[in-house]
Design a protein around this ligand. Structure first.
Ligand code: DOR
Ligand code: ZN
Length: 368
């Protein structure tokens, strides 16, 4: 039986939502050995100011308020918790400087306008290159988390063989941001294409990327064959060549730039009357899925060599990029089937990704 122990890890991209569902979603993270998270700010309203006093009669939520709610719902057990500031038309350099000074602001999140769930308040990245916001972030050491997809494309440009929303974004904008703000720490969130991987690899140590379990395991064909909408997330799954680039990046023994960020995105209703909510729920099962993905990528997790590579991705690289401590607390992964269960919440059931694909067990189990 293959079994190995890892330090507790940080999920550097997760969605916990708001209200009564916070508790089960955070518990699912604690149950998978997670000791901290970046809790995404695409709440309703968006978490787009730092201080409660600036909420502007409910137009925005504050990091101060969201962190308090998260902690009250169980995130106080995390060793680290970051809520990135949602960058909007109202974000100013002054907010960045004051937020950074208070210690509440550690990262900002850039969303493509209307490009994904909760991205209605997103603003094109170019705006922040010119209005002093990226400059203030660079000076204050605030991390930029980017959802790297071009917005407002026509369908034939949105997803075509030679290009898609992500490749267009990485072709047109990221090299400019990187050159203009060389000391800005950037995380390219949930990268899905060879284009984005190549950008990160060539962009130096201030640039990193998160990768989700689903993008390591599946391709667009898995989603399309039978229209398995539980695999619908944004950015979309891509081609095998792209998946190969992701697998190569995370399994490189010298990988320092790629790390775990699940983008676990619970939806109590996935299929709607006109489409599908974007997001795969992987709370409770992400290390197991990542282990599955690494094995599919050819890593021998029974060897110390393979386990070291996996630990860099899951536990070490992200902690180091965000300046978190590596933890003494640990958890164990074991190559033994584990049942996947629906998560019941006050707003309805959430179906974890494998169950949505009619996989009732995972090949790996977890022990805290
Ligand atoms: O698939 C996604 N779901 N992508 C995102 O960017 C947002 C997320 C969500 O909040 O559901
Ligand atoms: Zn996300």
């Amino acid at each position: 039986m293959i079994e190995f122990t890892l330090p507790k890890w940080y999920d550097l991209h997760a969605h916990f939502r708001q209200g009564g569902v916070l508790e089960p979603y955070i518990k699912a993270h604690l149950d998978m050995g997670c000791a901290g998270a970046l809790a995404m700010p695409n709440t309703k309203p968006p978490t787009a100011v730092v201080f409660e006093d600036d909420e502007n009669n409910g137009k925005y939520w504050s990091i101060e308020r969201y962190m308090r709610d998260l902690r009250a719902a169980g995130a106080d057990k995390f060793k680290e918790l970051i809520v990135p500031l949602y960058l909007t038309i109202d974000t100013s350099p002054d907010m960045i400087i004051k937020g950074a000074g208070s210690g509440l602001l550690k990262a900002c999140k850039s969303y493509p306008p209307h490009g994904t769930t909760g991205a209605e308040y997103g603003v094109p990245t170019t705006k922040f290159m010119d209005n002093g916001v990226f400059e203030a972030m660079e000076q204050a050491g605030i991390v930029l988390c980017v959802h790297g997809e071009e917005h407002g494309l026509s369908p034939d440009h949105y997803f075509d063989y030679g290009q898609n929303a992500e490749t267009i974004f990485y072709d047109n904008y990221m090299p400019i941001v990187r050159d203009k703000f060389p000391n800005l720490k950037i995380v390219c969130e949930h990268v899905t294409t060879k284009k984005a991987v190549d950008f990160v690899l060539g962009a130096g140590p201030n640039t990193a990327a998160t990768i989700t379990p689903q993008h390591l395991i599946y391709t667009i064909g898995d989603l399309l064959q039978g229209l398995k909408y539980h695999l619908f997330c944004l950015p979309l799954l891509k081609y095998s060549e792209d998946r190969q680039a992701l697998r190569k990046a995370v399994t490189d023994p010298n990988n320092t730039q790629f790390f775990a960020g699940t983008d676990s995105a619970p939806h109590t209703t996935k299929a709607t009357d006109c489409g599908c909510a974007a997001g795969c729920f992987t709370g409770g099962i992400a290390p197991q899925l990542y282990a599955q993905g690494f094995e599919l990528a050819g890593v021998d997790l029974s060897s110390q060599y393979g386990q070291d590579i996996f630990r860099k991705f899951l536990c070490e690289n992200g902690a180091s990029f965000y300046g978190f401590n590596l933890l003494d607390d640990s958890f164990t992964l074991r190559k033994e089937d584990m049942p996947v269960k629906v998560l019941e919440t006050s707003e309805g059931n959430v179906v974890p990704l494998p169950l949505g694909l009619k996989n009732y067990t995972l090949p790996w189990s977890i022990k805290l």
